[in-house]
Ligand binder design. Sequence first.
Ligand code: ZN
Length: 87
Amino acid sequence: MKLDPVLLEILVCPDCKGSLTVDYDNDELICNQCGLVYPVRDDIPVMLVGEARRPEPLREQTTLAQPDSPAADSGAAGQAADQPTAE
Ligand SMILES: [Zn+2]
């Protein structure tokens, strides 16, 4: 597959106007924003949402990823606030 670099410069995702990444192995253009995958046929990118492939749903990634929570390490934060200063 050969794609005109000038063409690639001006191509954007027709759905979200995001920039595109070329997948030379699969002859596809992948939107960096919404992830839609556009086919390239005869070296011509088919920039049609109707022709694009929907990305695999990766919704579980966000729920499964549990980075260490910096908050709630010790109970010290909640205590000091409520003390009335009598005197
Ligand atoms: Zn897009």
